[in-house]
Design a protein around this ligand. Structure first.
Ligand code: ATP
Length: 235
């Protein structure tokens, strides 16, 4: 049976001013799967997430989400269709406390998580409810950033390097949250540098080089393809 495709990116090109960054990238994210974008620094992973979200002004090609073409739509419309983006820098407001940060984005699509459900997923956040953004650890900030998009009702989560700079025990917690979200039916597209972590959460991996997807590796073939992956990533 062909997996049901939630997001289909085809021949995606993206430009920052005169710089041509994505060169005809194509890949698919099946509904209910966790999919990673792997690749060296500068391969175009972050730009891909930003292009999906409509945050790169000049993009060409096709990005179909649940039957709707996203190229040409502004970011707020794309968010309202049910896509949540968690940027690498996390975007936590330093002067707001945890609850205020959680309440900030509007609920864009029915069926978002309640605060109670978010606290079940991230018990730390309940304890830190009145702490301002600046007082949170890196791990707590990451959890808050993910919790915040879960409140909106997004069903496709775009996560940019959620484990970056976090201690191993926190990385494991993020991993278990991602697996729980998958069990709950969320679809996740994850940019990762940590390919060991990626192998513990993902169903498939796309490898990016020079602005395009050059390979797809199902997670169960990752061990067999490890040498190729090391070449791609230069590790
Ligand atoms: P990294 O892990 O370093 O973020 P990446 O694969 O996510 O790598 P991108 O951040 O998508 O790569 O960057 C791809 C290319 O686009 C790089 O050459 C980068 O310098 C360039 N780039 C990124 N943002 C901008 C911008 N705002 N203006 C111009 N060029 C940019």
């Amino acid at each position: 049976r062909q997996a049901d495709t939630l997001l289909a990116v085809a021949d995606l090109n993206a430009y920052y001013g005169e710089s041509h960054i994505l060169h005809g990238s194509s890949f698919e994210v099946p509904r209910g799967e966790v999919v990673t974008l792997l690749g060296r620094n500068g391969a175009g992973k972050t730009t891909t997430l930003r292009a999906i979200m409509g945050m790169v002004a000049d993009r060409r090609g096709s990005i179909v989400f649940d039957g709707t073409e996203l190229v040409g739509l502004p970011s707020n419309r794309i968010a309202r269709l049910g896509i949540g983006y968690c940027p690498e820098e996390r975007g936590i407001f330093a002067s707001l406390d945890v609850e205020e940060n959680l309440l900030l984005p509007p609920v864009v699509s029915g069926g978002g998580m309640s605060m109670e459900q978010i606290f079940t997923l991230f018990p730390n956040l309940r304890e830190r409810l009145r702490s301002s953004g600046t007082r949170l650890s890196g791990g707590e900030q990451q959890m808050l950033a993910i919790g915040r998009i879960l409140r909106t009702g997004a069903k496709l989560l775009l996560l940019d390097e959620p484990t970056e700079g976090l201690a191993p025990v926190i990385v494991q917690q993020i991993g278990s949250v991602i697996r729980t979200l998958k069990e709950q039916g969320f679809t996740i597209l994850l940019v990762e540098q940590n390919f060991h972590f990626a192998s513990t959460v993902a169903d498939r991996h796309y490898v990016m080089e020079n602005g395009r997807v050059v390979d797809m590796i199902p997670n169960d073939q990752l061990a067999d393809r490890e040498d190729a992956l090391h070449d791609y990533l230069g590790v």
